[in-house]
Design a protein. Structure first.
Lengths: 127, 143
């Protein structure tokens, strides 16, 4: 099974999905991410899916679950690099109404968004 | 290479028994769609529809088969791609309900069938409880 590296940059974890993943690999990744966040005390997570030329409803749901569980731990999650064709497809698929995930155009913007989200929470207290 | 030969070669069959086969089926679909000249967005829609339908096979029927090939419309002379997904699983009690979307017995988003329908130009489903399901989807090349 594919071992997907989880990098630490500043207070954040960064996961770059570089190829299409099987269901088992996605589930394993979800667990890895959660334990790493706890272990290193990460404030946020970026998942880069620039390399994915397809995100079906299963992958969409898993990304959404990862984001939700990361937030339960008290960290923030941002998905970056959704391709235009993938975005068109996800909206037509009907995922829009059920997808509650922070997204950004690319890695740089994702980092900025993550920092803003964390800062906003610090200022506003528990939200 | 003559055109008929090419057509023969373009027919791809993938047996679906595990989630790894979903990736294989998607790859075949993407390959043919690209070769036929579909736009990147349409390639992605076709590939995603294949993913949804083959995942239904793995989740609900356990095993099945997908055939991906070129199609030509009977009337307009349009070229397109046709994907046929066959399984001998439990079948669907209420196809209408499932096609509304948001209906799921497996804990997924329930977007599989309705999503595939939304992404393609034509969608046909035949299902009998206890006997299985055949889903045929088509997308035509825009000229």
């Amino acid at each position: 099974m594919l071992d997907i590296p989880i990098l630490k940059i500043e207070d954040f974890l960064v996961v770059t999905i570089q190829s299409e993943l099987s269901d088992d690999e996605i589930s394993a990744l979800q667990e890895d991410i959660l334990f790493r966040i706890k272990d290193v005390g990460a404030a946020g997570l970026i998942i880069d899916i620039t390399a994915l030329d397809i995100v079906d409803s299963f992958m969409g749901r898993t990304l959404s679950n990862i984001a939700a569980t990361v937030e339960l731990l008290g960290a923030k999650a941002v998905v970056v690099g959704i391709r235009p064709a993938v975005a068109v497809t996800l909206v037509e698929l009907g995922i829009r109404v059920k997808w509650n995930v922070n997204t950004a155009l690319n890695f740089d913007r994702g980092m900025k968004l993550l920092k803003r989200l964390i800062e906003a929470e610090r200022r506003g207290g528990a939200s | 290479m003559s055109e008929s030969e090419e057509n023969e070669k373009e027919q791809k069959k993938v047996k679906i028994v595990s989630s790894a086969d979903i990736i294989a089926a998607r790859g075949k679909g993407r390959e043919l769609a690209k070769k036929m000249g579909f736009s990147v967005v349409d390639q992605t829609k076709i590939t995603t529809a294949i993913s949804e339908l083959t995942r239904n096979i793995v989740t609900y029927a356990g095993r099945g088969e997908v055939t991906i090939k070129k199609a030509r419309s009977k009337t307009g002379g349009k070229n397109g791609i046709v994907v046929v997904c066959i399984d001998e699983g439990p079948g669907i009690e209420d196809v209408g309900l499932v096609l509304k979307g948001g209906f799921s017995t497996s804990g997924s988003l329930g977007l599989g069938l309705s999503g595939a329908k939304q992404l393609m130009d034509e969608f046909e489903i035949k299902s009998k409880p206890g006997e299985g399901t055949v889903v045929t989807i088509k997308k035509w090349l825009r000229r």
